[in-house]
Design a protein around this ligand. Structure first.
Ligand code: IVH
Length: 727
């Protein structure tokens, strides 16, 4: 695809012709967008579309004053993002765990020492550097040449923004003395001054106004047309790396110096800290400096300086153990509480939402905030203790709104001095505002719930939205918006998950065909049916998660799937659980939530990661007749993929249940456990007939004895080390 416009032709354009051309291009590109996104029936190839956009921006750069209010250059988001090819990161792009106070930092240091087997006095140095509020980017260099730039995406797969990265002057295109393969990771950001200039320009041309520098940086980098990126000044700080053919250095600090010498910008405020006190001092210094910096920072990142320690510490699923970000306090602002709405979630929970007079908090306009639950509104916590000195929150009050990063804003405080004289205590509804069923609050539950189940349209819709969400069935073209539409559709309703899988056959028999509806066409209807067919086959863990059972998130669903391996075995056990608990699911049991001496109950609570709360939720959910019927209907439509436990000779550790006992000399317990889990094992604390292997360190006692009695394999520490090094 040609990335250039015919510059000679543009050079000779008169103003009048340029104006007409821009109008023509805006129309062509707009029509093409509608054809592609709305009608799902493209009228231009990607290359033709790109070429038109390039020509459009070339004319705009020559005649900036002619830029139209509806310029195609300002189309950011879905249009731009979907046009990028995808890149799989060779090493996952991680994010950071957060700490908010001194205690979190002390605990971080304690846990690292424990993991590494270091005494409290032993040397453990950190680097402290500003946490830049931009978007992360991974740059791949091969033999010193920039070959690829990718956004973080979901950490595994990002967008290919190489053409745009080439337009960022802080990013070196050729490196001096670099390893053969080097992936440099860092943050793309926009300075405050450039951000103000950009928004002034956008106002002048009637273009999109960006809420904050981070959005502006993200919108500018994720542009299909690299010329737009070039016209928006972006910067880049390098702070980490991915795949690398040889180590950069022995320490984090020296690695950053090495990156600087190769031509990268690294943050000059980075320092080595030799103690927790040093870290906290640096935090205070940076917080004080924050307002004078010309770029946004939202905290300080602490990283273990010694790279061999970093390697030993490794990573959890999405965050490294060797780093943490110490966030600055959330930003806040005062505004008026106009009203309190009650939303009903998929498990029936009634959640109060504050409707506010819109206010800017930390650069973002906020008009809704969470009020958590009825106790929170009344000024007490789950244990009945006072919060906000017991001040309740009333409609008409002046309230303080807190917003920390991307977290949902919350109402933090209330100003009694400004309370209207005639205000009244908020009365939390005891009926569901959607279906009118009772909204009851069980003992020990902070939340009031609608008992309407699937007859409550709010619950049914939210359950369906959850069912099609990314980590569940993830059906292309069937998102929240479409679920709402189908839920209330007269001819082709989707009221429960099974209806999704009968949609096509029902449509066949219908007069009012989906393809003939407004917003749909032959192609988009066909695509939707195809996407649904694709998901008829579904892995067991996704299915269990998709059912939207209370307390059963992705991790619990995977734990259950791994344990039961197939739907048939799962449902037999669940049925048994329902039979056993049928007489127990009365008030007193519900309050206590624990049963002992019951075989099915015990089987569930013995599964690693499953406790009484989840077991109770499964029992309650599967014994509800209409819900159970709906699940049965769904199952008859599906083909469920069993969980395949990897054959043991692939990796000796995968799928094994391991117990560590006695003293280990070469690594700490925490490290041994993490290594085993990283290789796919489950680590438990007691030996039983389910145990596959006992690793017995020095002075192992009763657990080793029990293992021998039960005929469970046992190994010493050195054998264990050989096993993991061979895996
Ligand atoms: S290190 C393996 N250092 O913060 C470690 N991240 O909240 C990966 N960020 O995704 C990150 N400044 O986009 C690191 N000095 C810094 C950072 C930084 C900003 C971003 C980064 C990351 C996010 C996590």
């Amino acid at each position: 695809m040609s990335q250039s416009s015919d510059s000679t032709e543009i050079d000779t354009l008169t103003e009048k012709v340029a104006k007409n051309k821009l109008a023509d291009l805006a129309k062509q590109l707009n029509d093409a967008n509608i054809a592609y996104y709305v009608n799902s029936d493209p009228i231009l190839s990607d290359a033709e579309f790109d070429q038109l956009k390039i020509t459009n921006s070339a004319i705009e750069s020559k005649f900036p004053h002619l830029m139209r209010a509806d310029t195609p250059s300002n189309q950011i988001g879905a249009t731009a993002a979907s046009g990028f090819s995808k890149i799989k990161h060779s090493i996952r792009m991680l994010s950071l765990d957060n700490a908010f106070d001194k205690l979190d930092i002390q605990n971080f240091d304690i846990s690292l020492r424990k993991y590494l087997g270091l005494s409290p006095e032993a040397e453990l140095h950190y680097t402290a550097e500003p946490k830049i509020d931009g978007l992360s980017l991974s740059l791949r260099y091969e033999n010193g040449k920039l070959t690829q730039a990718a956004t973080r995406g979901d950490g595994q797969i990002g967008e290919n923004v190489t053409a745009n990265a080439l337009n960022i002057s802080d990013i070196p295109k050729v490196l001096d003395k670099s390893p053969e393969i080097l992936e440099v990771r860092g943050e793309v950001y926009m300075t405050h001054s450039d951000f103000c200039l950009l928004n002034e320009h956008q106002i002048a041309v009637g273009g999109k106004i960006f809420a904050n520098p981070r959005n502006a940086a993200s919108g500018s980098l994720r542009q299909l047309d690299p010329n737009v990126t070039r016209s928006r000044p972006l910067h880049f700080f390098a702070y980490a790396w991915g795949e690398i053919s040889e180590p950069l250095s022995l320490t984090q600090y020296d690695a950053l110096k090495r990156l600087t010498s190769m031509g990268f910008k690294t943050n000059q405020l980075t320092e080595i800290c030799r103690s927790i006190d040093d870290l906290l001092k640096k935090y205070n210094v940076l917080e004080a400096q924050r307002s004078q910096l010309d770029y946004d920072i939202d905290g300080v990142v602490y990283k273990v300086n010694d790279l061999s320690f970093q390697e030993r510490l490794g990573a959890r699923s999405t965050t490294p153990r060797w780093a943490i970000s110490h966030k600055f306090p959330a930003e806040s602002a005062w505004t008026k509480l106009e009203g309190i709405d009650i939303q009903v979630g998929r498990t029936g929970a009634l959640s109060p939402v504050a409707r506010l007079t819109p206010i800017t908090v930390g650069g973002v306009v906020v008009s809704n905030a969470t009020l958590h639950n009825e106790d929170y509104i009344l000024g007490r916590d789950a244990k009945g203790q006072k919060i906000r000195d017991g001040k309740d929150i009333r409609i008409g009050d002046w309230v303080q709104i807190y917003r920390a990063g991307d977290v949902i804003p919350k109402v933090a405080d209330v100003d009694l001095a400004r309370r209207p004289k005639n205000s009244i205590t908020f009365k939390f509804p005891t009926f569901c505002p959607i279906c009118g069923s009772n909204a009851v609050r069980e003992k020990n539950d902070a939340v009031r719930r609608c008992v309407g189940g699937l007859i409550c349209s709010a619950q049914a819709v939210e359950k369906l939205k959850h069912f099609v969400s990314k980590s569940a069935f993830d059906i292309d073209g069937l998102g929240s918006k479409q679920i709402e539409m189908f839920y209330s559709d007269i001819d082709l309703p989707i009221k429960e998950p099974a209806d999704i899988f009968t949609l096509r056959s029902r449509d066949n028999k219908n007069n009012n065909k989906l393809a003939d509806r407004e917003g749909w066409g032959e192609k988009s209807a066909k695509n939707l049916f195809a996407a649904i067919e694709l998901r008829r086959r579904i892995p067991l863990n996704r299915l269990i998660f998709a059912l939207g059972i209370r307390n059963v998130g992705e991790v619990v669903a995977s734990d259950l799937a791994r344990h039961f391996e197939s739907w048939d075995q799962f449902i037999v056990a669940v049925d048994q659980l329902c039979i056993e608990t049928a007489t127990l699911l009365h008030e007193s049991y519900r309050d206590k939530g624990e049963i002992t001496g019951n075989p099915a109950w015990t089987e569930f609570t013995n599964i690693d990661g499953i406790g009484h709360t989840v077991t109770k939720a499964l029992a309650v959910s599967f014994s509800e007749p209409s819900g159970r019927l709906s699940i049965n209907k769904l199952i008859s439509e599906l083909s469920i993929e069993n969980v395949i436990i990897a054959p043991q000779n692939d990796n000796q550790i995968m799928g094994q249940v391991i117990v560590f006992t006695g003293n280990l000399d070469k690594m700490t317990r925490a490290e041994a456990k993490a290594r085993a889990e990283a290789l796919g094992a489950r680590v438990t604390s007691s030996v039983s007939s389910q145990t596959h292997l006992v690793v017995a360190g020095r002075s192992a006692g009763s657990k080793l004895k029990k293992a021998i009695e039960l005929g469970v394999d046992t190994v010493d520490e050195d054998t264990w080390l050989k096993m993991i090094n061979n895996s």
